[in-house]
Design a protein around this ligand. Structure first.
Ligand code: CAA
Ligand code: NAI
Length: 246
């Protein structure tokens, strides 16, 4: 056990993929879960509850600051406090740079970068008042190394690392911690959208581990970073990528 008992964790993008696996893992560790997603999170809440845990679903659009403020208010209404924010909601709109539209660029920035700003901004007054709080953000191997067809996405995943490091420097003195997890290619809906030939011949063949990550393997990194075992880890990026550097 990682000592997350009775901690209240908001997990954006919690309805599916890595977010869902993180919700289930945190619940197993005793945390109270706020499944925050644009998509319906009722099934994840039901799964947590069936396993004896506590969870609520809050509909949020992370691109909208007011929606994020509402998410934090609803979380506090349900569980009285918040301890952990996992900024995990994300999208792709892949295209080669020569074909990438401004709309595709802006849409990915709005969710993956501005969304992280919005959610963190909404949670911050509570964390500062408590003088405690952990903010973990899902970056990506693509943020660290770039990737063909992902100008927009790479910009956001590198961007969240810069924000995280800045926040750690600003607010370590307030008892707050900010870290990123940088997953490699992980078996979720997001990866299922990659053309099969590209996925098999250009991506999986280059992963030294020889396979995609399981969402649960990313959730384990979040559980560690959220726990007191990581209490002096601040402003860090933890890669969970099977030695893949793309
Ligand atoms: N890595 C290596 N080579 C790639 C590649 C990639 N990620 N994506 C495309 N290519 C190669 C193709 O194999 C193809 O090579 P050949 O000319 O030798 O056949 C060439 O680039 C052009 O590709 P397409 O013919 O597919 O060109 P397109 O314009 O029709 O489509 C594309 C371009 C939209 C980028 C499409 O190829 C694609 O979706 N590629 C996958 C992009 C990708 O890796 N996305 C990751 C999504 S998962 C994620 O983002 C999570 C995370 O954090 C890791
Ligand atoms: P996913 O597509 O299964 O989950 C993303 C979730 O975000 C969905 O439930 C979706 O509804 C939600 N979401 C999208 N836009 C939203 C919005 N505006 N407001 C609220 N929720 C919104 O994908 P996956 O793979 O679980 O992705 C989770 C995070 O992990 C993303 O940030 C992604 O960029 C990142 N990541 C994924 C990797 C992968 O290979 N799957 C690798 C590295 C990082």
């Amino acid at each position: 056990m990682r000592g997350l008992k009775d901690k209240v964790a908001i997990i954006t993008g919690g309805a599916g993929g890595i977010g869902k696996a993180t919700a289930l893992r945190f619940a197993e560790e005793g945390a109270k879960i706020v499944v925050a997603d644009f998509a319906d999170g009722a099934a994840v809440v039901a799964e947590v509850t069936a396993r004896g845990g506590q969870a609520v679903y809050v509909k949020v659009d992370v691109t909208n600051l007011e929606s994020c403020q509402n998410m934090v208010a609803k979380a506090k209404e349900a569980f009285g406090r918040i301890d952990i924010l996992i900024n995990n909601a994300g999208i792709t709109k892949d295209a080669m740079m020569k074909k990438m539209t401004k709309d595709a660029f802006d849409a990915v920035i709005a969710v993956n970068l501005t969304g992280v700003f919005n959610c963190t901004s909404a949670a911050l007054p509570t964390f500062l008042e408590q003088q405690s709080g952990v903010v973990l953000t899902t970056s990506s191997i693509v943020g660290l190394y770039g990737n063909i067809g992902q100008t927009n996405y790479a910009a956001t995943k590198w961007g969240v690392i810069g924000m995280t490091k800045s926040w750690a420097k600003e607010m370590a003195k307030n008892g707050l911690r900010f870290n990123c997890v940088a997953p490699g290619f992980t078996g979720t809906e997001m990866v299922r959208k990659i053309p099969e030939q590209v996925l098999n011949e250009k991506i999986i063949s280059k992963i030294p581990a020889g396979r995609l990550a399981e969402p649960e393997e990313i959730a384990a990194a979040f559980a560690f970073l959220a726990s007191d075992d990581a209490k002096y880890i601040n402003g860090a990026v933890l890669s969970v990528d099977g030695a893949c550097t793309i």
